[in-house]
Ligand binder design. Structure first.
Ligand code: ADP
Ligand code: ZN
Ligand code: ZN
Length: 751
């Protein structure tokens, strides 16, 4: 019997983030279920607040006279699925978040803000009897009324707005016809449009290559047996991974199940979305954060009521409310954007793994450049590894030329374009083909490098490059906190030509138009893509050949398939190499491999030119050879030597405060406390590699100072204890408010 409903109040505050018991009035007793939103009295003044029913109990510790009744159910059906309650508990445990924060992940904002449904007026022709005669008669009185009937004559019903725009008929004409009983006007709910309707493209289904077929067979075998298996589909760029996804999804639907497909960012991968829309039409819902509340709400309801069987979306689509999930596919699975940087700091891959486990679904991680951790898990047998080593239709990977920018400088070329890249662009333009240029600007101005020998200032203890701090004119390591003076001369070659880097896409565009005044150049970066659909517009006009050169930041690196692109240039490969992060080489390798994969996808042979001051760096060399395995082998050695993931876990405790001294005191206090607790516990002591408190690399954001404690722990057991036992105790003991602390496990960035 449902005696008491356990309700989580929809207010994000730690002190009330627990289950409250309410009694269930008779009039809703046979309707109420887990997942319903309810209106309940709360607090001493019985304020009316919203909450979620998460369980039912027969007994309660609350004195019977204190139990209040639920006022009412808010919706006609539950917004949460009961099978997702364990997922919510798991998130609370693993992300140290509040229950309500986890719940809100499953509920689109439009539900909570009651954004409402959209209606349209639909006009129906009531009878076709003598229609031509009637039209002729009415035409003498009103041409508008005649036009409306004419419009409806064959199709019988249509959207009133559409008819009005074609015929220019005013509302009164419609009303008149309705009065005469010739037409009826009905309000009908419509979904807001989230994707331009366009299914005219190639919808032919190609027959699979042997490699693709092998992959599909292996995955479907597990899918049919409902064993929660994770596959790592490692396929080179252009090997046809998307076609593999499409087949798996088709089969999932045949089995009466549903599929979630994640892409890093919808606006950057319009072609992938389009291929799903083309193949599956209205069965595809699209979910991402750029949609309006109303649009998201509509897509969510299509999923909830079973009209949509597939979701293609960004990170947050992992919470799609499917009740019979068959498969989750995560494309470009190495991407950092799958990890949320807002609370709860979930990682979509972790949620996916857990969901698949709980719901007996199959997980497919696809990438041309899996993360070190992912490939490591595959080699350890935790994931099943499937490799696609060939491009479809025997196309070959483009030749990559590494250009040593130090020689360019010696030869007196101070522009951003090497002679090679200039000549390459020139001949592409002469042949009427297209080129893409990548300039990775992120964190650009921060590193120091010798323009003559390519030396980059690095920390002696941590194998990461140092960051220049303009305020103190010193170089700092963000892992161990060591500081170094700004070098007057290069310690390697004694040159005085030491530079801070600072160039951007805008300057590149200016240079290009100077060298190639007749070329049509389009730029894609943060500045040019702030408007809605800007990404799609830029990419589609480039795809149509309206431009010769597309230049941009890492936005242009992913998933694009333009057959006429025969040249790809990486303008400054070092930019991402010298961020103060242990993942820099990995990110650089991924970026070069990905962007190189954009060249030569059609029948013409492609070429890639990589400009760098450090041509001997292993990340650049192996990317140029398209050799993932060699890169992996090298990099995994570095990780082991310097104690980085996957060999250790990192726990980052970031504290912020407006008063710097007070913040430092708190953080140092916390550090002492943690050190003491660790020294008292054998398990923690055994696993601890390092603990230290440092100012965060970005030392102040919005007037709040930032410090962080980094803990490195090896050994899974020690880590789990630290992450749950230790950190939970810390949060309780210190009573720290949420706004001044955040805890992150294996953060994608230490900035
Ligand atoms: P990836 O995602 O691995 O980079 P895609 O799935 O984008 O590769 O495939 C590259 C190109 O090859 C696309 O244009 C796609 O339509 C085409 N393609 C994929 N599989 C086949 C196939 N079996 N036969 C013919 N063309 C294919
Ligand atoms: Zn030097
Ligand atoms: Zn260091």
């Amino acid at each position: 019997m449902k005696r008491y409903a356990g309700v989580i109040i929809d207010q994000a505050h730690p002190s009330i983030d627990k289950i409250y018991h309410y009694s269930i009035p008779e009039d809703i007793a046979n309707k109420i279920d887990i997942g319903f939103r309810v209106l309940v009295p709360f607090g001493p003044y019985n304020n009316r607040v919203e909450g979620y029913v998460v369980q039912f109990d027969d007994t309660t510790e609350v004195p019977i006279d204190k139990i209040k009744p639920i006022y009412k159910l808010i919706d006609t059906s539950p917004v949460l699925l009961s099978k997702h309650i364990p997922m919510i508990d798991w998130m609370v445990d693993n992300y140290h978040c509040m229950k309500i924060e986890a719940i809100r992940c499953f509920v689109p904002p439009g539900v909570r803000s009651n954004v409402g449904r959209k209606y349209k007026k639909i006009v129906c022709l009531k009878t076709k009897d003598n229609i031509d005669e009637r039209i002729a008669n009415i035409k003498k009185r009103s041409t508008y009324m005649a036009a409306i009937l004419e419009y409806l004559k064959d199709i019988e019903q249509a959207d009133m707005e559409k008819i009005a725009s074609v015929t220019s008929a005013p509302p009164s004409s419609f009303k008149n016809l309705e009065k005469r009983g010739w037409i009826s006007i009905e309000e009908k709910e419509v979904y807001r449009e989230t994707w331009p309707v366009n299914t005219s493209d190639n919808i032919e289904v190609p027959s699979l290559t042997d490699e693709q077929q092998h992959a599909v067979t292996k995955i479907l075998d597990k899918l049919n047996r409902q064993e929660a298996t994770t596959f790592l589909l490692h396929g080179i760029t252009g090997s046809g991974k998307t076609e593999v996804y499409l087949r798996i999804v088709a089969e999932t639907l045949n089995k009466g199940k549903q599929a979630i497909v994640l892409v890093p960012e919808i606006s950057l991968t319009p072609q992938t979305v389009k291929r799903f829309k083309n193949r599956f039409g209205d069965k595809v819902a699209i979910l991402h954060s750029r949609l309006s509340e109303g649009e998201r709400y509509d897509e969510w309801r299509k999923i909830r009521n079973g009209e949509a069987k597939i979701v293609v979306g960004a990170r947050s689509a992992i919470f799609a409310p499917f009740s019979n999930l068959g498969v989750i596919i995560i494309d470009e699975a190495h991407e950092d954007s799958y990890k949320s940087d807002l609370r709860p700091k979930y990682h979509a891959l972790e949620i996916a793994e857990k969901r698949c486990q709980l719901e007996g679904a199959t997980l497919v991680l696809g990438s041309a450049t899996p993360s070190l951790e992912q490939y490591n898990r595959a080699l350890n047998g935790e994931f099943e590894l499937i490799e696609l080593n060939h491009r479809v239709e025997g196309g070959s990977l483009p030749h990559v030329e590494i250009v040593d920018m130090r020689y360019e400088l010696l030869r007196g070329n101070r522009s951003m374009l090497s002679a090679s890249l200039y000549n390459g662009l020139k001949s592409v333009l002469d042949r009427g083909e297209q080129a893409m240029l990548l300039l990775n600007r992120r964190g650009y101005a921060n590193f120091i490098s010798c323009r003559e020998c390519g030396w980059v200032a690095q920390c002696k203890r941590c194998a990461v490059s140092l960051t220049y701090h303009a305020d103190k004119k010193r170089l700092k390591c963000h892992y161990c906190g060591d500081q170094y003076p700004y070098p007057k001369r290069c310690p390697k070659c004694n040159s005085r030509f030491i530079k801070k880097f600072g160039v951007g896409t805008q300057r590149l565009e200016t240079e290009l138009s100077k060298y190639f005044p007749h070329a049509n150049i389009i730029r894609m970066d943060m500045d040019t893509t702030s408007k809605k659909n800007a990404h799609q517009n830029i990419l589609s006009s480039f795809g149509k050949g309206e431009y010769d050169i597309l230049l941009g930041t890492q936005m242009i690196a992913k998933g694009l398939d333009f057959p006429n692109v025969t040249l790809v240039g990486v303008v400054a490969a070092d930019a991402s190499l010298n961020l103060p992060e242990y993942r820099s080489p990995e990110r650089t390798f991924q970026l070069i491999t990905q962007v190189a994969g954009r060249a030569g996808r059609g029948s013409k042979i492609g070429k890639v030119i990589v400009q760098t001051y450090t041509p001997d760096h292993y990340a650049i060399k192996y990317a140029a050879k398209h050799d993932y395995r060699a890169f992996y082998n090298y990099e995994i050695g570095v990780r082991r030597r310097f104690d980085y993931p996957p060999f250790v876990h990192i726990i980052k405790i970031l504290s912020t405060g407006v008063n710097e001294d007070a913040l430092i005191n708190t953080v140092e206090d916390l550090e002492r406390w943690l050190k003491k607790k660790i020294s008292e516990n054998l398990l923690l002591k055994k696993g601890l590699i390092h603990i230290g408190a440092y100012p965060a690399p970005i030392s102040k954001i919005k007037d709040r100072y930032r410090w962080q404690i980094l803990i490195k722990i090896e050994n899974e057991e020690s880590f789990l204890y630290a992450y749950h036992g230790l950190i939970d105790t810390m949060l309780k003991c210190y009573n720290i408010s949420d706004e001044n602390i955040s805890i992150d496990f294996n953060p994608t960035s230490l900035l």
